[in-house]
Ligand binder design. Sequence first.
Ligand code: FSO
Ligand code: SF4
Length: 550
Amino acid sequence: MSMFCYQCQEAAKGTGCSTAGVCGKNETNSNLQDLLLYVAKGVSVFSFELRKAKMPNRSAEKFITDSLFTTITNANFDEKVIIEKIHQGLRIRNILHDIARQNEIYSKFQDADVATWIELGDAELKSKAKKIGILSEDNQDIRSLTELLIYGIKGIAAYYEHANNLGFENHEIIDFIEKGLIESLNPQNTVDDLLALVIECGKYGVEVMALLDKANTTRFGHPEITEVNLGTRNNPAILISGHDLADLEQLLEQTQNTGVDVYTHSEMLPGHYYPAFKKFGNFVGNYGSSWWNQHEEFTSFNGPVIFTTNCIVPPKENSTFKDRVYTTGSAGCEGYKHIQTSEDGKKDFSAIIAQAKKCPPPTQIESGKIVGGFAHHQVLQLADKIVDAVKSGAVKKFVVMAGCDGRMKSREYYTEFAESLPADSIILTAGCAKYRYNKLNLGNIGGIPRVLDAGQCNDSYSLAVIALKLKEVFGLNDINALPIVYNIAWYEQKAVIVLLALLYLGVKNIHLGPTLPAFLSPNVAEILISKFGIGGISTVQNDIKIMIEN
Ligand code: FSO
Ligand code: SF4
């Protein structure tokens, strides 16, 4: 076996990618990503104790969150960049090690390989990378829970980075990220210890999504009900994908009055819901659908594309759009140009704007509008209407269908499920999962649309806030007593943290699909089923019966 990865829903054969990633990650990249994670663990060993001793190191913290984000599915396919990050991390680790020694600060695992191995040439790095992968843990239950913890932490790190890009910090979250990474090295941990860490991870999932919500809404205002254009105009344009709203802000500022339009792609769609972006006359609409259709959509878009995060599908040799795709932040891909971030977080998009001016306008592939912007603030303004609709029986069920989309055919289930829901039910969505049903004509109930899109996957936080508010309004003691069911689609590690956050909030009986994670060993799956009632999905008809009619 030349590599092993089972962190996403598309893990080969439902067990793991062992020769090449279904996502496009090759053997070398996969192993190097494992090594980058190992370096982040080594940095955490010292950074954690130094912070406790009131000597925090911001470069170490930034390195750790960036490394975790870089190793998320579909975020970075650039081998050279990953090698550079490994070297950078080792330099940081060694500096912290020296500071700790000089100040007589003891760190758990300070003498272990993770904290002491020395910098090697690129060829040796590759052979080191092969030795420290996921399968170096033999016990499959320990491995399963450790990886569940790590994937949750990757999700936390991604959301933390977005909040941080907007100037928001929370050192308790960083503390937990580092603690979790260190505990993943601890051979003493039992299944129960790891389970407790996984639930604690959910707690920090809630905290980080709340932090990001605060960062986004403080800076850009509260999302409001918005109609988003699907059609195109006749100007050259830039397409922005991924999740980083700070990047969207800078791009809109820099393209203003240049004659270049800006369209959102995939998870950037909710950018339209924020009041602060509405003042930009060149912010036209959303182009295309969720991440996995990107090659066709980039081809017909005709202009430059910028990825602020995942999900990237690496280009094919003969892809015609290659020279007009860019990445920034933790995202990267061989063959695409990268826009650097300066010390103060600024990005210079002038090269993209200049290229856009030379490109033809986008080819229209859709027309009409979609409606979104139902994050907590907006929905709570409609609370009276919603409560009345529930009390009168006009709304019988809310169905949370948040999460991710993916390319597997089995995900057609979600379109069919949405279409088959009774007319007195409302879908609450967030994340790119929405593209399976947000363009269906499902109508409304007393003026409330039947698909309420809160925003990006991290805005699942909004759905939790709404549920907690409804619990209060209806005077219930248990969130599970609400007429809300959860049919969540997952794909990568941000969805893992959303799931852990819901579990931490006490939500039970979540259905997770289209398949259960490959990284859950049979025993761990059994624990999650018995403790939280987690289940998979079956057929649409059967699931409607179980979730809605019962
Ligand atoms: Fe989707 Fe990709 Fe937002 Fe993920 S674009 S799959 S869960 O990165 O983060 O919902
Ligand atoms: Fe396979 Fe998913 Fe890992 Fe890619 S991220 S190598 S598809 S399990």
